[in-house]
Design a protein around this ligand. Sequence first.
Ligand code: ASP
Length: 436
Amino acid sequence: MTSPDGATPSASSEGSLSNRILLGLLLGAICGVGANLLLVPRFPDAVEAANRWLFVPVGQIFLRMLFMVVIPLVFSSLALGVASLGDLKRLGRVGGRTMLYFLSVTAFSVAIGLVLVNVLRPGEGLPAETREKLLETYRGEAASRMESAGKADFGPSLLVNIVPRNPVAAAANGEMLPVIFFALLFGIGVTKLSAEKNALWMKLLEGLADVTVVIIGMALKLAPFGVFGLIFSVTSRFGFDILRQLLFFVVTVLLGLSLLILGVYPLYLKFRAGVSPVAFLRKMRPVMITAFSTSSSNATLPTTIEVSERDLGVPPQIAGFVLPLGATMNMNGTALFEGITCVFLAQVFGIHLSLGQQLFVIVLAVLTAIGTAGVPGGSIPLLVLVLTSVGVPAEGIAVIIGVDRLLDMARTVPNVIGDVTCAVYVAKKEGFELKI
Ligand code: ASP
């Protein structure tokens, strides 16, 4: 992302901003948990009113400011990335590497999840009465979250729907894959123009990307308060009782996600990209904080692009190409979570999933992770699809929905770190020198 003249944030001012965001996150968590334990039992209405009138709106305004620029940002950076890559052969090579990375790392992530859930077997210890109570309590919420699942399927329409009938309508509905398809073709179109027209479109796309940077800068001024509001409203409303009941499941998922962050990506960076994983993870701090507090790969995209280009030295044409695709298609944490949840629920309901069925779960989790929207809770409707495809009752998601808010925050972190790992790897393979 090219920063507009005069609006380029220096690394140190960004550093203090990320410290303030971290402070917002920690304070939000401390105050939220404090309110949950001390105030909610005595003044539940007052805490709910504070959430409804203050903390939720502040958090939502911050989130919306980020979401607002996602479509112009994805369109401009992808089209610009493709147009700057120049020839189609190079585009094919970069695209091929990116897709291969997405598919292989996502499949590997599900496999890690499946090994963990089969070894630890968190579902077998869950008492039947706890299961029934959770099913009863969360039936309504689960049903409303499952509504959109009926619209998705694995038929040929999955492919056809990537090609938009109307790109503006797709953008208006937040359908990212068709928008990406259009942006890719648009970028290729720009490379086919005469030199004069090509330069004009490059300038226009750069200008559009620059404007999004300015708007993101405004949104980020709100970030410490927005993050406080988001985290406070989640923690003060959270049912810590359910956390206790599902602790083994939560620990299994968190263990898998940690293995991705501290094992898979570092090893990939060291051995496939030849860069220092420690330096990489240190520079990832603002990305991790934003992903954790927003639970959204899309809302984190501006930060992901900024950090990759400014701090890691990934060239704009690679970052602009890989990262918007990654925020939409590459969800390693989500895929791992889907794999674990599917087998966990099978264990809870006493359903045996054969090896063949579990291999099928890998395929389904990879496909659904690609289709998952990078928004809070985006994977739940598609998780339903995975469950029903292997004969696990879909209403089973009621069992885990109470802890999903927490796991959503956690799985979004590897979702975005995986994208940046890919951008670093592709940039290295293309022969660029990086800052790590
Ligand atoms: N919240 C996740 C993301 O945006 C998607 C999900 O797993 O629900 O990356």
